[in-house]
Write a protein that binds this ligand. Sequence first.
Ligand SMILES: Nc1ncnc2c1ncn2[C@@H]1O[C@H](COP(=O)(O)OP(=O)(O)OP(=O)(O)O)[C@@H](O)[C@H]1O
Ligand SMILES: [Mg+2]
Length: 593
Amino acid sequence: MTAMKWFYSFLKKHNWRMALGLVMVTVISILAIVKPIVSGSIVDDVITAGNYDLLPKLIALLVIITILRGVLRYWSQVIFETSSQDVLYSMRDTVYRKLLQEDFNFYNKKRTGDLLSRQTGDMDAIRHFIAFVIYQVYENVFLFFFALIMIFTVSWKLALCMCAVLPFALFVTLSQTKEGRPRFQRIREQFSSLNTFVQENVSGNRVVKAFSKEDYEIGKFNKENDGYRDAELAAAEIWTKYVPQFEFLSNMLTVILMLVGSIMVIKGSMTLGNYVTINGYLWMLMNPLRQIGWRINDIQRFTTSVEKIYATYSEEPKVKHPAKPIPCRKLQGDVEFKNVSYSADDEDIIHNVSFKVKSGQTVGILGSTGSGKSTIMNLLCRFYDVTDGEVLVDGRNVKDLDLYNLRQNIGMAMQDIFLFSDTVEGNIAYSRPDCPFEAVQKAAVMADADSFIREMPDGYDTIVGERGVGLSGGQKQRISLARALLKEPSILILDDTTSAVDMETESYIQQQLNNIDHACTIFIVAYRISSIKDSDLILVLNDGKIVEQGRHDELIKNNGYYATVFRHQYGEFEKYVDEISQNNIGGEKYGTK
Ligand SMILES: Nc1ncnc2c1ncn2[C@@H]1O[C@H](COP(=O)(O)OP(=O)(O)OP(=O)(O)O)[C@@H](O)[C@H]1O
Ligand SMILES: [Mg+2]
């Protein structure tokens, strides 16, 4: 499908309304054509021939025509405006739904500012096209050719002389279209770029301040601002160049009428009334010519915007819904990775990972930064699809399960926490907005968040700033954990979720996780041995591979990476305790007695 066909699929739902609007515009145009005839008749029949009785009738006709045109103009405007809003509404809705379906790969590559521009500035160019440009172009083309036909009926010789400007008008139109297209594309790109810059700087303004980079950012902003202004000026150059040419051509029509028309009246081959009538038609020829430049401008803005929106819309997510999904309302939570590999941009990120856990078990994942821990969790949720191997949940490949059902069964507290600007309760109850407050509070208690939430100014009704501004790192983690717990998932993923809470809180949370009253497989990604040492299975990752796996005791015996990390985290302390107990010194000081 092309961008224009896609656009038309929205517009065609309003075909009848648009057609009615255009019929009204046709009537308005025909009524406009009557006016010069009446003026000509006043000159020839009333003033010249002395038929004075005709005057009141002609004036009454003019008044009726004026009122009728006003009423029709009002209703046609209402029709085009409402149609444009309806088209825009469904187009925005369709694009937004598609954006929600897009996968992580899409969002990793797209700039937020670009996506915002598609839904705002570009949509507005489409609204303007439907509400204004379509009927303006139609009316002008209609008036131009109708007026030309009318002039032909009055004097074909004069009409032919006037037609001489048409090839020039066509040539200028084509030149402007050709020259304008790349400039309008540049405007849309610069607009997106400016939007992206402002959006990133507003979200990241704390970093800017922390590094005192205001001047640097202002410099960068000025570049973006200059870029957008230059793009607009380059487009403006087009109409400053071409609009005068159209103006010149339209004025040539007056010159032709005055020159040829006057000679014809003097020679007696045309009446003065006919001259007045043709003079009355002149604006119908001049106006469209004058406006061609502007309308081409509008049409190019519109086509560029439709193409940009469609390009975003037509990107298909790599992670797809299966054609015949296996429904899985409630999963048990058995998880198996079978020789799973994942690579992105020709880089191996996960390599031949295999492990198996049963419903209700806890899996701890440890590994150096960048070793692929989060990626494994992302593969389980199907945020990315494996390049090789299989991820099985309850013995079924996740690619065959209904995607939404699968994710409904997984509660994930992500490493990169995102809280919405909503109340604390709204954030926790994100997955179950209609659940009773008691359930929200229970989840908060389990995540050890209840006490600090109740101390907040409005308790659970406290509004959290954008991305959780106003909360400490540990508080955000606990709200994110409560949000995942409230889902009562079959699989719970805690990706670095307790890294910012103190050991005592972490230990409390672990006890609560042990007390979850439904079967739930828990994945804990952590750097601290204390967070994972009681797990049924511990996976140690390095460079995308599992280098060790087993229970805590087995891994300590193994004396590999896990044991080294354990000694780093516990070794010094145990040495300390050993020293104290052997020498029995400083017992009181260190509180061991
Ligand atoms: N979408 C992606 N495209 C390309 N590379 C990626 C993508 N996601 C992750 N990576 C790369 O894969 C590697 C593993 O990333 P991952 O986020 O899984 O690490 P991690 O073990 O969770 O690290 P950390 O402990 O710092 O959170 C990193 O080198 C990262 O740069
Ligand atoms: Mg990670």
